[in-house]
Design a binder for this molecule. Structure first.
Ligand SMILES: Nc1nc2c(ncn2[C@@H]2O[C@H](COP(=O)(O)OP(=O)(O)OP(=O)(O)O)[C@@H](O)[C@H]2O)c(=O)[nH]1
Ligand SMILES: [K+]
Ligand SMILES: [Mg+2]
Length: 510
């Protein structure tokens, strides 16, 4: 059975980024020596809410609200009392995690309380009355874990992705990244590059006399490979590995952000009917009038665990209507940016003669894909199969199977749902190819941020090769730049400037 559902709950990213940026500025007066607290479970009424505390005054907080400190890392059932009024706020579980063996590396505690708003507000308000305690900023617990060396930046990003993961494949990829699989690759490259740089620097540090005496220096030009034959090989190997990692057709990034699947074709082919059938709701207007759809209608879907952004578009035709022209322009733009195009054809428009039908289909596909030449990224959907005879269907199928040019096709009826299972199987296979298996092989690159730094690193390594025979100091500088770019991925270097960007996606309490 195929599994389809909506995977993206809301689209309020822009406002949340803005409000987060403002909050950061306001709160940046807070120091890391403060003890912070926040509700870490979701907003709204719930059975159990978790309030987290982290920082040096955590023990004070537990003692003030529950009288004594429980045994470390063991749940203890306690009365939770307001430290000033002595009023009973709730009864719940208290956990005490003395640093450094805690998520943040600091002394921390958790109160598992009843999830009603009055209880939660009572406990948060009580914590706020204690000296040295203040409400946490978004992502502050994770930020502290990062500064305590508990997580590197790729693991922090993995954690952020895990919180936002809405499909199975996204969850698998995020979990793997959070466990440090990706970070370990970058760390290993960094260590190896560091060794290469150390060799070159040692070479530079030798005095000229020593080198001349040892016959290493010829014509006043040092020959690096006489002293460290491993450096060249090491740098080349790194370049190959990074090149492979970079040329992964954006599989990991696509899985993280959703695969762009676009429905396109002539007017009245049944594009909106297909969108509605896949989304299982009337997301787009369907009517017998050609040119019904004008705007792009986009719906997030989970197809077999893969995140898809499915778009219905205006039917492609020449028209004098300026609004429809704009719709066609947008449709073409979407097809250009698509990871996968579903080219919908109305079977009743197909000539009955097989050779002419073949020409018609090719022409139809060409008119949709125009600039994008990659046939592999397209599925031809032969719609309205309920309106043609079984014999006609057989002869079209035979014709297409003999035509090497049509890569993938699927017969479908949006009215009888005939062919839906077949289409979904085909779709799922395509998505698997486009996103890869997040658990198989080496982990994929998941973020543009990593790609940018890695590209900079490979450019810097190129500088090494360029200068190694001419100017060793410049060659070494290439390695140093490469090292610094790699360090930026895991957060060894320049973390402060990118932390805000990463934590924008975190919620308060994480
Ligand atoms: N018999 C039959 N009719 C279909 C099928 N799919 C769609 N239709 C009909 O074809 C007409 C056009 O369907 P739409 O889904 O609006 O087609 P569209 O491609 O979105 O059209 P535009 O937005 O105008 O480009 C409607 O009357 C649908 O009911 C099908 O599989 N079988
Ligand atoms: K229509
Ligand atoms: Mg439509």
């Amino acid at each position: 059975m195929h599994f389809i559902r909506c995977w993206r709950r809301s689209a309020t990213v822009i406002t949340s980024i803005r409000s987060f940026a403002v909050k950061r500025q306001l709160c940046s007066v807070g120091s890391e020596d403060d003890t912070v607290f926040a509700m870490s479970s979701g907003q709204g009424r719930c059975g159990v809410a978790v309030v987290r505390v982290s920082g040096p005054a955590s023990a004070l907080a537990v003692r003030s609200l529950t009288r004594r400190l429980p045994a470390a890392r063991t749940a203890s059932f306690r009365s939770i009392i307001h430290p000033q009024t002595k009023e009973l706020l709730d009864r719940g579980l208290v956990l005490w995690f003395p640093g450094p063996r805690s998520f943040t590396g600091e002394d921390s505690a958790e109160f598992h309380i009843h999830g009603g708003p009055a209880v939660i507000n009572g406990v948060l308000q009580a914590l706020g009355t204690l000296p040295g305690l203040r409400p946490a900023e978004a992502g502050e617990f994770t930020r502290r874990a990062f500064f305590a060396g508990k997580l590197d930046l790729t693991e922090v990003e993995g954690l952020g992705d895990l919180i936002h993961a809405e499909t199975e494949a996204q969850r698998r990829q995020a979990l793997r990244q959070m466990a440090g699989d990706l970070g370990r690759i970058y760390q290993d490259w960094r260590e190896r590059l560091k060794r290469c740089l150390a060799h070159v620097e040692a070479f530079i540090d030798f005095s000229e006399d020593e080198l001349v005496e040892d016959g290493i220096l010829n014509d006043g030009k040092p020959h690096l490979n006489l002293l460290c034959p491993l450096v060249d090989a090491g740098v080349c190997r790194l370049q190959t590995e990074m090149g492979n990692h970079l040329s992964d057709q954006r599989r990991g990034e696509r899985l993280r952000s959703g695969v762009q699947v676009v429905i396109a074709g002539s007017t009245n082919a049944g594009k909106s009917s297909l969108l509605n059938m896949l989304t299982q709701r009337p997301a787009a207007i369907v009517s017998p009038t050609a040119g019904t759809t004008r705007d792009v209608v986009e719906v997030p879907l989970d197809i077999g665990g893969y995140p898809v952004l499915l778009s219905d578009t205006a039917g492609l035709r020449d028209t004098s209507d300026s609004v429809e022209q704009e719709g066609v322009r947008r449709a073409r733009q979407r097809v250009e940016q698509a990871d996968l195009t579903l080219a919908v054809v109305d079977l009743t428009q197909l000539p009955s003669e097989p050779r002419l039908a073949s020409v018609f289909l090719r022409g139809h596909l060409r008119s949709i894909l125009e600039q994008t030449s990659d046939r592999q990224q397209c599925i031809q959907i032969l719609n309205k199969s309920d309106l043609i005879s079984t014999e006609q269907k057989h002869s079209i199928r035979a014709m297409l199977e003999n035509d090497g040019d049509v890569a993938h096709f699927s017969f479908l009826s949006c009215h009888t749902r005939d062919g839906l299972e077949e289409l979904l199987t085909l779709l799922q296979d395509k998505l698997k190819t486009l996103c890869g298996d997040p658990l198989a092989g080496r982990p994929s690159l998941t973020q543009t941020r990593h790609r940018t730094h890695l590209q900079k690193c490979t450019e810097a390594l190129h500088q090494y090769h360029q200068y190694r025979d001419v100017d060793l100091v410049l060659a070494a500088e290439g390695l140093r730049l490469g090292l610094s770019s790699l360090g930026r991925i895991t957060g060894r270097i320049g973390a402060e400037e990118i932390l805000d960007v990463i934590f924008k996606d975190f919620c308060i309490g994480k």
